[in-house]
Design a protein. Structure first.
Length: 314
């Protein structure tokens, strides 16, 4: 059975309601859908901070216009209302509080107050560590981690891929972000920053290759899977006089360096597994004259690595 709502425009009221009910249509269904509430902006709000320079004015009262700097207690001093705490407020909140104080004191009737921050002394983001130009950068509005690193000139060649972010409102719980992944992962880790945050780009570990190699060097450990053979290859290989059977790995992961034998000849022949290196490891390849690891002691090896380290800094 087909239900028809056949009525003239002049008919209304109860007849219309009855027809709709007979058709199984409720009044709620005939109403247009309410527009979706707009999502709250995730952009961090700028707030007034200690040391900021603000300009306060009242419409129609130019004599009241003042430029004041927020003191160490977060307060400003204005005519008629003495001091007012504004640190931590947005400009809109500060306008409302000033207007309320002026109105309550009977100085103005429904004043229209304007607050403008001329100098955000506390809204910069500190970018430190292994970046080309460490410093404090005034980055107002919505900014991300990669924005901050880019403003600081990008990372240095010795930069690691771990970044520590200390948020101004959570000093006891710094956030660690890894930027060494794929493009999609870096996009996910490109976190939002807030004014007053501190960004520290870590320094990558260095592996030192010294002894009978063609170019003793310090290698920035960008690849976490770097092996002994790869490190020696980056030092342009061993000298013809190298004693491959007596090489050693000096591991300085603890207070006391540890010597680990490196049977390079067996590794090259595929008879022993290649060894994965760690930050601050020293690979020492002796010359054939130094039999059985012998004549060049640990102190001399560490001294050679220190010399390479000093050259790697410049």
């Amino acid at each position: 059975m087909t239900c028809r709502a056949d009525y003239s425009p002049k008919r209304a009221g109860k007849f219309v309601v009855m027809v709709l009910l007979l058709c199984g249509i409720t009044l709620a269904q005939t109403q247009p859908a309410a527009p979706a509430a707009p999502e709250e902006s995730k952009t961090p709000k700028l707030v007034i901070g200690r040391g900021d320079l603000i300009e306060v004015s009242v419409f129609g009262a130019s004599d009241f216009d003042k430029q004041v700097r927020v003191n160490d207690e977060g307060e400003i001093a204005l005519p008629f209302i003495s001091t007012l705490t504004v640190a931590g407020l947005t400009t809109t909140q500060a306008e409302d509080q000033i207007a309320q104080r002026l109105s309550a004191g009977g100085f103005f009737n429904n004043p229209r107050v304007s607050v403008f921050v001329k100098d955000y002394a506390t809204q910069g983001i500190s970018v430190l560590g292994e970046v080309q130009k460490p410093g404090i950068y005034p980055m107002l509005g919505s900014r991300t981690l990669l924005d901050a690193v880019s403003v600081a000139g990008g990372m240095t060649p010795k930069a690691g891929r771990t970044v520590t972010i200390t948020h101004r409102n959570h000093l006891d719980s710094p956030e660690t972000v890894n930027l060494s992944g794929s493009g999609a992962e870096e996009a996910r880790n490109n976190v939002q920053l807030e004014p007053g945050d501190i960004v520290v780009v870590s320094k990558a570990g260095i592996v030192y290759v010294v002894g009978a190699v063609r170019q003793p060097t310090g290698i920035v450990l960008e690849n976490p899977s770097l092996t002994v053979l790869q490190a020696i290859a980056m030092a342009q290989g061993t000298e013809p006089t190298a004693s491959l059977n007596h090489a050693k790995l000096i591991r300085r992961s603890s207070n006391q360096p540890t010597e680990i034998p490196l049977p390079l000849k067996r590794i090259l022949d595929g008879k022993s597994p290649d060894v994965k290196v760690q930050a601050d490891d020293i690979i020492f390849v002796p010359g054939s004259a130094a039999k059985a690891a012998g004549r060049r002691g640990l102190d001399a090896i560490l001294q050679a690595a220190t010399g390479v380290s000093m050259m790697a800094r410049f």
